[in-house]
Design a protein around this ligand. Structure first.
Ligand code: IPM
Ligand code: MG
Length: 354
């Protein structure tokens, strides 16, 4: 079981350290090697996804990632932005299926900005296509063009999907729904975008292969509204790269803190990259206060999806529930009366339960 560990930037190193401690505490043998991705890689090599990292990531069975990016690199040319490293590794490893669960832990019901009755018991899985769409569209750029009688700057990106790209991500969503509440909501913008008309057509075709799963369709603007209005109507939501980026951030906040949410990005063979859904939080980096639970839960997803260790994955998830029940809280999920702890102490609490 070879794991490539990419701590990244900001709080990345602090939170991945806790997930690595958890992995090392299990009765399993992992081979772990660390490498650079993101801003730290740009600083060291000029490339956000350096060749040494590419080699390690390609040779590994799974990648554990902290987070990338920060204001320091905002002014860098686009090819040197930390985000390019993340997009590069997703594309190179063929990680087309991004699973982003949004689960509300009963202990954290007050952390949500929505009324408890709206979010109590929330358990949504967002399945986001991750290697296509406008994120990877060609052509793209900013150039001078003569438009509307004026020589002016013109910016363009293109949205596109092949039917096979749509079909394979829809299958991931339906397979997941089969093991859950058997409902898939496919999100598109078919009233405006032809590309997403194809998405809907293919969703209907794939849906016919899964008679035991109920398929519904929703336009993305309505989906954004419904997520806040009545999030519990959803079981599995499946959508393209761009809409999935936006809706998964929205869904994460239903649960109170993005600091709790893990994610998995899988290829055809369940090789995966596992990372918290949140970013590098440069404002609190290096202070030892970041919440490591999303990264620890990402390690649990790694055990489930790449290493087929469902029981061990559940042990970790159970340990996280237990530390919440014991009252341990990092700043992002703190309420008065609870035990406020830092990153390392939260890791310690999980290890103690394990
Ligand atoms: C995410 C992030 C990335 C994305 C950025 C950092 C490139 O927002 O993983 O959701 O847009 O996919
Ligand atoms: Mg995002």
């Amino acid at each position: 079981m070879k794991i490539c560990v990419l701590p990244g930037d900001g709080i990345g190193p602090e939170i991945t350290a806790e997930a690595v401690r958890v992995l090392n505490a299990l009765d399993l043998k992992f081979e772990m090697e660390e490498a650079l991705l993101g801003g730290c890689a740009v600083d060291a090599t000029g490339n956000p996804y350096p060749e040494a990292t590419q080699k390690l990531a390609q040779a590994a069975d799974a990648v554990l990632l902290g987070a990338v990016g920060g204001p320091k690199w905002d002014s860098y040319p686009r090819e040197q932005r930390p985000e390019r490293g993340l997009l590069g590794i997703r594309k190179q490893l063929g990680l087309f299926a991004n699973l982003r669960p949004a689960i509300l832990y009963p202990e954290l019901a007050n952390a949500s900005t929505l009324k408890p009755e709206v979010v109590a018991g929330l358990d949504i899985l967002i399945v986001r296509e991750l290697t296509g769409d406008i994120y990877f569209g060609q052509p793209r750029g900013i150039e001078m063009r003569d438009v509307d009688g004026k020589h002016q700057r013109f910016g363009f990106n293109t949205m596109h999907y092949t039917e096979s790209e749509i079909r394979r991500i829809l299958r991931v969503a339906f397979d997941a729904a089969k093991k859950r509440n058997k409902r898939v909501c496919s999100v598109d913008k078919m009233n405006v975008l032809e590309c997403t008309q194809l998405w809907r057509d293919v969703a209907i075709e794939v849906g016919a292969e899964y008679p035991d799963v109920e398929l519904s369709h929703m336009l993305v603007d309505n989906a954004a509204m419904q997520l806040v209005k009545n999030p519990k109507q959803f079981d599995v939501m499946v959508t393209g790269n761009m809409f999935g980026d936006i809706l998964s951030d929205e869904a994460s906040m239903l649960t109170g803190s993005i600091g709790m949410l893990p994610s998995a990005s899988l290829d055809e063979n369940n090789k995966g990259l596992y990372e918290p859904s949140h970013g590098s939080a440069p404002d609190i980096a290096g202070k030892g206060v970041a919440n490591p639970l999303a990264t620890i839960l990402s390690a649990a997803m790694m055990l489930r999806y790449t290493f087929n260790q469902e029981a061990v994955a559940q042990r970790i998830e159970g340990a996280v529930k237990k530390v919440l029940a014991q009252g341990f809280r990092t700043g992002d999920i703190y309420e008065s009366g609870m035990k406020r702890v830092g990153t390392r102490e939260m890791g310690d609490a999980v290890l103690a339960v394990l």
